[in-house]
Write a protein that binds this ligand. Structure first.
Ligand SMILES: [Zn+2]
Length: 376
């Protein structure tokens, strides 16, 4: 299932252009404000054609643009490509006049198989304010939903959390301690980060505006994403100390072309709330049970179960291997490569067709290490 989703996503990415959003039967368009809101929304969605970001000031208020470069938190629903640019079937489920705006609920989907079954990527909510006749704009559900949340600033991190959450200063201090160490190691200035945390991933997605987005609805587990355009971290299940996503905010911009950005975050901050060696043990067990798995294509091996992404874990291990050999200098050098082939050849001295046997040996070896994560 998961692999299929990836292939569908990639196929969809190769397409370009959005058709006009389809109106689900029953959507009443007789209201003139609904018609205006639909025109405005369709123009916005189509402005993402080709994957480029639109001029957000055409659609969002000055206040929102002061807060965010990309105010719409539903743009990156499932991966780093804008949801609206991926040629999914765009179905407006309803267009409801509210007191001050029109509420548009949209389903983004794709035909999943020969039987015509539908795969749903996301169900989004947008609110169009028409009170300024010449210039409608979106009201941001994210900003509205956050009004009920609490905030706390600790050094360069502003934490946002649900009112019932008891803020854990010890965990926040631990995060800051690691951030300071990271800044020193890389010679970086503090970055002002907005850090949104909740007990569950579904709750985080809800406050961003979604009724549904792929990955919602599974058992709760530590899960996060980061946005290094607006310096945001969203994380569930680990409270105030989700360092992995903070690493992305600091270092993704430093190594924009490295194939190991995820590996570096795993090496420094673990994966899904677990240390690298916990994850490596799981990958090792899986590989022993599945001798046919070919790690020459390990970048296609990104799902073994809900808690482990073998591709990320293996990339984290590569960071550890080079760090064990050459320390920080080696780790920084490793991040400057732009291709995995080169990394294997030059840094690991492994030829193209030998990745499987090399990685299996190293995974077995590194999964047995007691400390398998760099400690800041
Ligand atoms: Zn990551």
């Amino acid at each position: 299932m998961a692999k299929y989703i990836l292939s569908v996503l990639l196929t969809a990415l190769a397409l370009s252009g959005n058709a006009q959003a389809y109106l689900n039967p029953g959507v009443d368009t007789s209201n003139i404000d609904v018609q205006k809101a639909l025109r405005f929304y369709n123009a916005y969605i189509q402005d993402f054609n080709g994957g480029k970001m639109p001029n957000f000031s055409k659609y969002w208020s000055a206040d929102e643009l002061k807060r965010f470069k990309i105010p719409d938190q539903q743009v990156f629903a499932i991966n780093q490509s804008p949801l609206y640019a991926q040629s999914y079937k765009t179905t407006i489920l309803y267009a409801k006049p509210l007191e001050k705006c029109i509420h548009l609920k949209t389903q983004f989907s794709a035909v999943n198989d020969g039987a015509g079954n539908i795969m749903t990527l996301a169900i989004t909510n947008h609110y169009v304010d028409l009170s300024n006749k010449n210039a409608p704009y979106f009201i941001n559900p994210f900003t509205k939903n956050l009004l009920a949340w609490k905030q706390k600033q600790v050094r360069n991190v502003k934490f946002f959390y649900q009112p019932q959450h008891k803020f854990n200063m010890q965990k926040a201090d631990s995060l800051i301690h690691q951030i300071i160490a990271l800044e020193k190691l890389w010679g970086l200035q503090p970055i002002d980060i907005r850090y949104y945390m909740a007990d569950s991933w579904d709750e985080l997605q809800r406050i961003r505006g979604f009724d549904f987005a792929l990955t919602m609805g599974n058992p709760n587990k530590p899960q996060g994403i980061s946005d290094d355009i607006d310096d945001l971290v969203f994380c569930a299940g680990l409270g105030e100390n989700y360092f992995h996503e903070v690493v992305h905010v600091y270092l993704n911009r430093r190594y924009p072309k490295s194939p190991l950005r995820e590996g570096l975050a795993v090496f420094l901050g673990g994966s899904a709330g677990r240390e690298l060696n916990w994850q490596l043990k799981r990958v090792n067990d899986y590989l022993e049970q599945h001798p046919q798995t070919d790690l020459n294509d390990f970048e296609d091996f990104w799902y073994s179960d809900l808690y482990t992404n073998p591709e990320s874990v293996i990339k984290g291990m590569i960071c550890h291997i080079v760090y064990a050999k050459d320390g920080m200098e080696g780790l920084k050098r490793l991040m400057s490569y732009t291709s995995l082939k080169e990394i294997f050849k030059v840094e690991l001295q492994v030829e193209n067709d030998q990745w499987n046997s090399y990685l299996r040996t190293k995974i077995r070896e590194y999964s047995k290490l007691k400390i398998s994560r760099f400690t800041l």
